[in-house]
Ligand binder design. Structure first.
Ligand code: TXA
Ligand code: MG
Length: 344
């Protein structure tokens, strides 16, 4: 199959909407990462998403809308809880996904057999137009091959899915750079399952108590069921072996410089660069978690383009605000390997 790169003009977005209406798949920009969209109400189209990505069948998809009224119009949810109305008012459209009891129209293929559904109203104008022109809710996971970092540019999508899907819309680089925050509203208190651009602090401001799922910061214990099935898979992993290093500047510089060789790279902040020998990939300023989020996946993909790099040391990010999302993705890239330099 030939994969065409469409522009973000109305004319081209309409072509993409036709593909979706006809049961096909489209790589689409959102403010978080690129999605692989299909008609959420068409089980066969949804199954094709799983095939194209090589995604495990037990990992449910997010349903994207371009207007809150579509939840009712398309019978996506059994009911819209009060909490969801508060969050929608504050954070939609935007990088927040809410899990609620699913409505009768949602195929089992989307929810992977669960009785809940994840819903998101993205703020990216191209995503909104695509959904509106198609006149359908759009199921879309991140548009990467299962196991590789989520794509933040159309080139990333092309690299993973060229020949497997008919079209990708070029909407430039994604602004947030990490996938949406996922919160479940089906329990009390609501629980954060995946941190993202809308922070835990913002959710607690809006709702009061919000629990943090164990899988956000820790490896799931053997035999425990994942609240968010996606969290149990080793995600975002570059081929090189990644280790996160905790510690102050001096300890970090001393450790990485003492272990410097040509097959080794360091992921660090811009301010660290002058003090570090050898290959380095910069995440942005130490105090700017949003910039780190914006760059992380591109850095992980760049590392994969350098097959000679077999080991990576990454500075441990600050876990406040959006930093919690950066840390959550980085510990998965590192297979949960964190070394505390103060203990060496
Ligand atoms: O920013 C995003 O959310 C992007 C863009 C394209 O919107 N999408 C995305 O989708 O990241 P995906 O499929 O890569 O990640 C969705 C996550 C997975 O961890 C999945 O297990 C979880 O959401 N999820 C989906 N439906 C769920 C449900 N009903 N219950 C629990 N977790 C759910
Ligand atoms: Mg994904």
């Amino acid at each position: 199959m030939n994969t065409v790169l469409l522009k973000d003009t109305d004319e081209d977005i309409k072509k993409a909407a036709e593909i979706i209406k006809n049961g096909g798949l489209v790589g689409m920009p959102t403010e978080t990462v690129y999605g692989l969209g299909a008609n959420a109400l068409n089980p066969k189209a949804v199954l094709d998403i799983f095939k194209a990505k090589g995604r495990p069948a037990d990992n449910p998809l997010i349903v994207h809308i371009s207007d809150v009224s579509q939840i009712e119009k398309f019978s996506l949810a059994e009911e819209i809880p009060e909490n969801a109305k508060i969050l929608a008012e504050k954070f939609w459209p935007g990088p927040l996904t809410m899990i609620v009891k699913k409505g009768k129209a949602v195929p089992d293929e989307v929810s992977a057999g669960l009785d809940t559904v994840a819903i998101r109203f993205p703020s990216h104008p191209v995503a909104q137009k695509l959904i509106s022109f198609a006149g359908l809710p759009v199921a879309a996971p991140s548009a990467n091959l299962s196991g590789s970092p989520s794509p933040t540019t159309p080139q990333h999508v092309m690299r993973d899915l060229k020949g497997k899907i008919p079209a990708i819309i070029d909407g430039g680089i994604c602004n947030v750079g990490l996938e949406s925050t996922v919160i479940t509203l089906t329990e009390k208190p609501p629980r954060l399952l995946r941190p993202g651009g809308i922070t835990l602090e913002q959710l607690r401001d809006a709702l009061g108590e919000v629990a943090l799922d164990d899988a956000v910061l820790h490896k799931l214990k053997e035999g425990r069921r994942a609240a968010s099935p996606g969290m149990k898979y080793k995600h975002y992993a570059p081929k090189a072996n990644v280790t996160i290093l905790k510690g102050g500047n001096r300890d970090f510089y001393d450790f990485v410089n003492a272990n410097s060789h040509s097959n080794r790279a360091v992921i660090c902040y811009d301010e660290d660069a002058p003090f570090i020998k050898g290959n380095k990939f910069l995440l942005g300023s130490k105090s700017d978690s949003a910039q780190q989020a914006h760059r992380l996946f591109d850095v992980l993909r760049q590392i994969d383009l350098n097959p000679e790099i077999t080991a990576v040391y990454a500075r441990c990010p600050d876990i406040n605000g959006v930093g919690l999302a950066v840390y959550n993705r980085l510990i998965r890239a590192a297979g949960f390997e964190v070394k505390d330099l103060a203990e060496i």
